[in-house]
Design a protein around this ligand. Structure first.
Ligand code: NAD
Length: 252
């Protein structure tokens, strides 16, 4: 099955890192006919990442914590391709902290990227989203939101990712009548730069994955493929849902 996103324009945040879920998702979307704008911080060189993907990709510098930056980024995409059919809110950071050690700065940073960033990007993209033409928003949450932490911890991260789930459901209700679907994905352990920053070495994580019912840790494309499903018309009667993608590590 190909062409699931033929002629659709997608924005994916946090999409420039080579090993990341965002870039893997961008590749899959392009393989399915989409034009994709890779949003990321300047230090991640989104233009360089887009160049590798070819003419159906564009890299845009954007800090999702800034309303101004989100609005400017969305406007650039609309100027180039005329509309935005799909938004994947993927940018995220975590910090390993105990509750007592979380500073206000820590809280503001993690919530700023994960929770506020999701809201700001939706607000920025909404004016460019067609109504009743299968537009879709996919918010990347985390297994941490469901089980109170993963191997990287961060209670403020767990809270922010849980906030993303509540926000997704509220947006699904509000935007449903306009034909815009909103769903979330809660990834388990996926091998990316993000998870490599955790407490154990790669080998330890790979070993941990052997205990999952499906016997392995996740690949970035495992999340990208689910994002493709939620962005495409295959999921046309789904909104306000959360899909757990974790190899069976957590079964609810
Ligand atoms: P990653 O670190 O490779 O990617 C995160 C991206 O977000 C990076 O490209 C980073 O530059 C970008 N980013 C950070 N702050 C930003 C900001 N202010 N503005 C714009 N971009 C910003 O990690 P990943 O594993 O690919 O993570 C992607 C998403 O998946 C994140 O939301 C993460 O919380 C979530 N997630 C990952 C795992 C995992 O095991 N890897 C598990 C659950 C959820």
């Amino acid at each position: 099955m190909d062409g699931l996103l033929k002629d659709r324009v997608a924005v994916i945040t946090g999409a420039a890192r080579e090993q990341g879920i965002g870039l893997a998702t961008a590749k899959i979307f392009i393989e399915h006919g989409a034009k994709v704008a890779l949003f990321d911080l300047p230090a991640e060189n989104p233009a360089g990442a887009a160049k590798v993907l070819g003419e159906n990709a564009v890299g845009i510098e954007c800090n999702v914590m800034s309303k101004e930056s989100c609005i400017a980024g969305a406007a650039k995409v609309a100027e180039k391709w005329g509309r935005i059919d799909v938004l994947v809110n993927n940018a995220g950071i975590t910090q390993r902290r105990k509750v007592a050690d979380i500073t206000e700065e820590d809280f503001d940073l993690v919530n700023g990227v994960v929770f506020k960033g999701t809201l700001l990007m939706v607000q920025a993209v909404l004016p460019h989203m067609p109504r009743n033409e299968n537009a879709a928003i996919v918010n990347i949450s985390s297994l941490s939101a469901l089980q109170g932490g993963g191997i990287f911890g961060g209670p403020h991260y767990c809270g922010a990712k849980a906030g993303v789930l509540g926000l997704s459901r509220a947006m699904a209700k509000e935007f449903g009548p306009e034909g815009i679907r909103v769903n979330a994905v809660a990834p388990g352990l996926i091998m990316t730069d993000f998870s490599r920053r955790g407490p154990s070495a790669d080998a330890g994580k790979i070993e941990a994955g052997k205990a999952f019912p499906l016997g392995r840790v996740g690949r970035p494309s495992d999340i990208g493929n689910v994002a493709l499903f939620l962005a495409s018309d295959l999921s046309g009667f789904m909104t306000g849902t959360t899909l757990n993608v974790n190899g069976g590590d957590f079964i609810a």
